[in-house]
Every structure is written in structure tokens, then in C-alpha cells.
Design a protein around this ligand. Structure first.
Ligand code: XLS
Ligand code: NI
Ligand code: NI
Length: 436
């Protein structure tokens, strides 16, 4: 007897299938641009949303039962979540998971007790991993939920809290290494401020960097060879968060000499909160060699917060996969940091949501590959900058030109070449033509 006996393995049945428990587009073995869909799309289940979140919001209690037939806040419940999680991932064909320390076990007031529980549960997880072949994508420490972190973790004013955060990071790194995780995430939920009136920004940023540096040193010393990630987010819970967006986080990493060990974990919903598109954040990360992993969700542009919806907008996933393909793929994967809407409260809904997410990304992958194979967009962009293939253009691009030379060139021309159209609407027609 399992927890999800109403469904067997979710399989690909093709576009015309009306089976609510089948994929219409995600066909794991289908080859696209030389790689299988499974290889292009290493999907991960988020332990916190899928196995823990019950739909509580600021106005009401949970609506989904995630007890898995056990008493809350017990190790029995923690173990039931392991069983349920692996049954779920196996049935979905999801090959990775991501976790925070406190998603796995109930947290005790004494960190030593919590750590002993983490040792016990990670043994259970490891056994399941060996039985199923399911792997860990990344781990992290939750340094935002506990009231201790009210004034931040790395950015706290209290040295005891700073050290407590360090202890959590150390343990979460131990677990990530034990479970063979490919990455380790820093999402700085409380690393920011409510008001500058009580905040020393420079002090806080230096302390965050120092904590990250210690994490890198420790991680490397215990054999962690994967990437560290910053997951940028501009606000929520804080009014302002230091990892505002990819450009800000990359600048921070470079300033403190952390850029060799870190990449970005880009979340779609965080991009839109920062006033950017998902594609923008991916592009900025990629051109800086820092596109690591993706938190695959979607926000609601009519709501101003992190709604963490399952992706269903194919335009968005197409442009995402266009960026990912052009960047040569991810070193990480696609973590469904996404939750069912509160009224979608059954176990069946957990399956529907992940099917939606996986199909939406599969469709995005198919369409992005078609856009690339079609070539019109890439050719247009190439052509758009072709004046720089001229003698003076090459000189500028190679960094060998002087302002005097450019001025001489411009004066000799007397006038400039006719301005050229950016053809946005035509390019949008091409996207529609390929999508539909
Ligand atoms: C919250 C973040 C969080 C991170 C992991 O907005 O997305 O879930 O992914 O701490
Ligand atoms: Ni996230
Ligand atoms: Ni988020």
C-alpha cells in the first residue's frame, strides 16, 4: 500500500491524450537537438512545497492534508514524508529533489537534537535514493523561518544568531554532501532590511560575504565539488533584499571574490518581482557564465508577491528554454519551487500540478529548439550588429580603437548610414508562427 494508489506511473501518451494522469508533451526519451528530454530537463521536486506545505495563508489554515497518516512534528511524520516523496517522484518520473534542513525533520530548540534527527532521516533518504536511483539536486539551510532570524542570518546584528546560522549551513552542507547534491543554495530571505534607519548596509553585506566564504571553505574541505548558488529575489519577506536580481548578486559575488564558486539559481517568480522577465534574468546570468540552476515556477502579474505557481505559460518556458539551450544547458536543474493553489488541495492535484509543470517545460523545450532550428531570429540578431564587421568595427570590438580615430571616422563620413529597423513585431510574428 502506498500513499498514492490512485495512480500508477505517469507516462507519455501524446498530445491527444485525455488521461489526467499522463504527459502530453514530456516524453523523457525523445531526442531534441542531440539530447533526450530527460537530459535537457533534470526536474526536481521541492520537499517544502510538495511534502510540507498545506495551503496555509495569512487569512486561513491549511486545506491540504500532508500528514501522510502520521502525527505532526514527529519523526514518524518525517519518515512518512520520505516514503511519500519517493513514491511520488517515482510515479512522476522526477529524478531529483531539493530540500531545506527543516523540511526534513521537526526543528528542536536545541540544534544538537535537530542535527541528530537530520542524521537519522538522511540515512532513510539515502537508502531510498539507492533503491530508486533518485538524486539530490541541491540542499539549503532555512535561515528565515525561525524567529531568531528576525533581523537576518548573515546580516544579523547578533553574533550568536550569526553563529547559529553558520551551524545550520555547516549541517546542511554535510547533508548535501552525504546525499550527493549537485548544488548548495543561498536564498537570502531575511538578508535585507525594512528601514535604513536601523541598518548598516556595508556591515551586513560584509558579514554575509564572510559567511559565504566560510561556507565555501568548509564545503570544499569536506569534498563538495558542486556549485554554490545565490537565488536572487528583490523583496518578500523583507522590503529590500540584498540579492535583488542577477546583476546585483553577480556584482556582490565579484566584489567579495566569491564568483569562482557561485552561480545563480534563477526563479521565474523572483524575476518578475524584480521588474524583469524570467528571460532577462537567465540572459544576464548566462552572459556572465553564471547560469547554474532554475527554480521553475511562475508568478501572477496581477498579484505583487511570490505566488509560486506551477508553470503553465508556454511563451515563458519557450523563452526560458531558448536561453538555456543557447547557454549549453544547466549545471543544475529545474526545481519546482511551486505549490498548488490553496483550493487544489488533494493528492491528485499534486500530480496534476507537476504534470502541468513538466509538460509546460517540455513544450517550451520543443518550441525553443524549433526557434533555433528555424534560425530567423538568430540570423536577424547577427545581421543587426553586422556593421561592426567593418574595418573600424573590428577595431572597436578588439579594443584597439581610440576616441580620436572614431571621431576622425565620423567626421570623414560627414553623415551616418540610414538608421535600421529593430523589426520587433516581425520577430514576434515568427515566435507565434512557431508556437502555434
Ligand atoms: C523563496 C525561495 C525559496 C528558495 C529556497 O521565495 O524561492 O523557496 O528557493 O530557500
Ligand atoms: Ni526558490
Ligand atoms: Ni520564491
Amino acid at each position: 500500500m502506498g500513499y498514492f494508489d490512485f495512480v500508477d506511473k505517469v507516462k507519455y501518451e501524446g498530445k491527444t491524450s485525455k488521461n489526467p494522469f499522463a504527459f502530453r508533451y514530456y516524453d523523457a526519451d525523445r531526442v531534441i537537438l542531440g539530447k533526450t528530454m530527460r537530459e535537457h530537463l533534470p526536474f526536481a521536486m521541492a520537499w517544502w512545497h510538495t511534502l510540507c506545505a498545506s495551503g496555509t495563508d495569512m487569512f486561513g489554515a491549511g486545506t491540504a492534508d500532508k500528514s501522510f497518516e502520521s502525527a505532526p512534528a514527529t519523526m514518524d511524520h518525517a519518515k512518512a514524508k520520505v516514503d511519500a516523496g519517493f513514491e511520488f517522484m517515482q510515479k512522476m518520473g522526477i529524478e531529483y529533489f531539493c530540500f531545506h534542513d527543516v523540511d526534513l525533520v521537526p526543528e528542536d530548540a536545541d540544534i544538537n537534537v535537530t542535527n541528530a534527527r537530520l542524521d537519522e532521516i538522511s540515512d532513510c533518504i539515502l537508502t531510498k535514493m539507492q533503491q530508486t536511483g533518485i538524486k539530490c539536486l541541491w540542499g539549503t539551510a532555512n535561515m528565515f523561518g525561525n524567529p531568531k532570524f528576525m533581523n537576518g542570518a548573515g546580516s544579523t546584528n547578533q553574533v550568536d544568531v550569526y553563529c547559529f546560522a553558520a551551524a545550520q549551513i555547516k549541517k546542511a552542507l554535510d547533508l548535501t554532501v552525504k546525499l550527493g547534491g549537485k548544488g548548495y543554495v543561498f536564498w537570502g530571505g531575511r538578508e535585507g532590511y525594512e528601514t535604513l534607519l536601523n541598518t548598516d548596509v556595508k556591515f551586513e553585506q560584509e558579514n554575509i560575504a564572510a559567511l559565504m566564504k566560510m561556507a565555501v571553505q568548509y564545503g570544499r574541505s569536506i569534498g563538495f565539488t558542486g556549485d554554490f548558488y545565490i537565488e536572487p529575489k528583490p523583496k518578500e519577506p523583507m522590503k529590500h533584499q540584498y540579492d535583488f536580481d542577477a546583476a546585483t548578486a553577480i556584482g556582490f559575488l565579484r566584489q567579495y571574490g566569491l564568483d569562482k564558486d557561485f552561480k545563480m539559481n534563477i526563479e521565474a517568480n523572483h524575476a518578475t518581482l524584480a521588474g524583469h522577465t524570467f528571460q532577462h534574468e537567465l540572459r544576464i546570468s548566462a552572459i556572465n557564465g553564471m547560469l547554474g540552476s532554475i527554480d521553475a515556477n511562475q508568478g501572477d502579474l496581477l498579484l505583487g508577491w511570490d505566488t509560486d505557481e506551477f508553470p503553465y505559460d508556454v511563451y515563458e518556458t519557450t523563452m526560458c528554454m531558448y536561453e538555456v539551450l543557447k547557454a549549453g544547458g544547466l549545471t543544475g536543474g529545474f526545481n519546482f519551487d511551486a505549490k498548488n493553489r490553496r483550493p487544489s488541495n488533494t493528492a491528485e492535484d499534486m500530480f496534476h500540478a507537476h504534470i502541468l509543470g513538466m509538460d509546460t517545460f517540455a513544450l517550451g523545450l520543443i518550441k525553443a529548439a524549433e526557434l533555433i532550428e528555424d534560425g530567423r531570429i538568430d540570423n536577424f540578431v547577427k545581421q543587426k550588429y553586422s556593421s561592426f564587421n567593418s574595418e573600424i568595427g573590428v577595431k572597436i570590438r578588439s579594443g584597439n580603437a581610440t576616441l580620436q580615430e572614431l571621431s576622425d571616422y565620423a567626421c570623414a563620413q560627414k553623415t551616418t548610414a540610414p538608421i535600421e529597423s529593430g523589426r520587433q513585431e516581425h520577430l514576434q510574428c515568427i515566435v507565434n508562427q512557431i508556437l502555434f
